[in-house]
Ligand binder design. Structure first.
Ligand SMILES: [Zn+2]
Ligand SMILES: [Zn+2]
Length: 399
């Protein structure tokens, strides 16, 4: 991106709007380039190269190679103050793109179907705007370009490799594009807004035998079928009704032929919760149900339960400041939305410092898109909206 010297207007809204409008065509080009070359988690070599090249061009000091392909840039303000991190994720998904767009994925079986190309580009735009406004800032902006958000642990690795320090992050913002919110609008959710995402695997061990002589076998399929039903009581009868929770058995595998009772049956699934208490209750209840079905149906159940990313809890104070900043910059275009049971590894950063995730509307008029869908087409106007909102939030927080 080219850099220009902004007339340092007293009114940040005008300066931010003007600079965003100036760079928007370049940002759309960058987004289409990243979109055409998607890379999955920890393989974002080319994407990180684009980020590094643009930061270089903007004269922003940065480090590469954090958590493999992560990039961290720093914009020092004209006066001392806190360190505000703004984070974008860079990875794509293993999905075959079906959009037929001229800039569709050129990498077979990979696609930016979660819009992380939008996030990366938006943060580059924020970098360009804030670089111009740096003399007015009291504090430092840390630009965090993260690899491998889609279940591969990119944020955990960035934290292990020291992203929170040098300089120490005091608070953090991120964004996610939302096709269910029309472009031009924004959303926010209070408190726990994205779920803790846990994985489980249950092996029901029985004893194989002839399908015509069930009395000599221990049938793991019938036991597993009972167990799937019993697991539904975790949410309905165990977790507090005011604590949202999901238990999904997403895979079940057993057997080879119509006349053999198999030795074992495998179940895999996920547990989503917004509150630590519900997470503890769900895990304990599932262990008890597995043990219980062992006693009643002669099988032996082995459960592995793996806790994944924690719930994302938005900080009230940071949320208020960002919502006000969005209103000052863009008008009455932000509204409260419900929590969702998807997960997001930014939650790990939010566990360490007061944080907030802004939902940026990306829904194109006339389409009803979903994330992780092979035909996902976010409205690119959401990039400029995100740039304006996050730049203004940074200016207001570091004022
Ligand atoms: Zn995703
Ligand atoms: Zn995503």
């Amino acid at each position: 991106m080219s850099s220009a010297t902004l007339p340092l207007a007293n009114d940040p809204a005008t300066a931010i709007r003007a600079e965003t409008a100036r760079i928007e065509p370049e940002l759309i080009e960058i987004r289409r380039d990243i979109h055409a070359h998607p890379e999955i988690g920890f393989e974002e070599v080319r994407t990180a190269g684009v980020v590094s090249r643009e930061l270089e061009r903007l004269g922003i000091a940065h480090r590469t190679g954090i958590a493999g392909t992560g990039v961290v840039g720093l914009i020092e303000g004209g006066r001392p103050g806190p360190v505000l991190a703004i984070r974008a994720d860079m990875d794509a998904l293993p999905i075959q793109e079906q959009t037929g767009l001229p800039f569709a994925s050129r990498h077979p079986g990979m696609m930016h179907a979660c819009g992380h190309d939008i996030h990366t580009t938006t943060l580059l735009g924020v970098a360009a705007v804030l670089k111009q406004l740096a003399p007015q800032l009291a504090g430092t902006v840390k630009l965090v370009f993260q690899p491998a958000e889609e279940g591969l642990g990119g944020m955990a690795r960035m934290i292990r490799e020291g992203v929170m320090d040098g300089p120490k992050i005091d608070m953090a913002l991120t964004l996610h594009n939302h096709p269910d919110i029309p472009v031009g609008r924004f959303g926010f959710a209070r408190g726990p807004s994205l779920a803790a995402s846990d994985k489980f695997e249950i092996v029901v061990h029985g004893k194989s035998g002839h399908a015509a002589f069930p009395q000599y076998a221990v049938d793991p399929i019938v036991a597993a079928a009972q167990l799937v039903g019993m697991l539904q009581t975790v949410v309905s009868r165990e977790v507090k009704p005011v604590h949202p929770a999901v238990v999904t058995v997403a895979a079940i595998h057993a057997g080879t032929a119509h006349n053999i009772i198999p030795d074992s049956c495998l179940l895999r699934g996920t547990v989503r919760t917004l509150h630590g208490e519900a997470q503890d209750v769900a895990e304990a209840a599932m262990r008890r149900l597995c043990d219980g079905i062992g006693a009643t149906m002669r099988v032996r159940c082995e459960m592995t339960y793996e806790r994944g990313v924690p719930a994302l809890v938005n900080d009230d104070a940071v949320l208020e400041r960002v919502v006000q900043a969005v209103q000052s910059q863009c008008g009455d275009v932000i509204g409260e939305v419900e929590a969702i049971m998807g997960g997001e590894d930014f939650a790990l950063m939010a566990n360490l410092v007061p944080s907030f995730q802004l939902k940026v509307g990306s829904g194109q008029p006339g389409r009803s898109d979903d994330l992780h869908n092979s035909d996902y087409q976010p409205d690119e106007a959401c990039i400029a909206m995100g740039v304006q909102a996050l730049s203004r939030a940074a200016v207001d927080i570091l004022s």
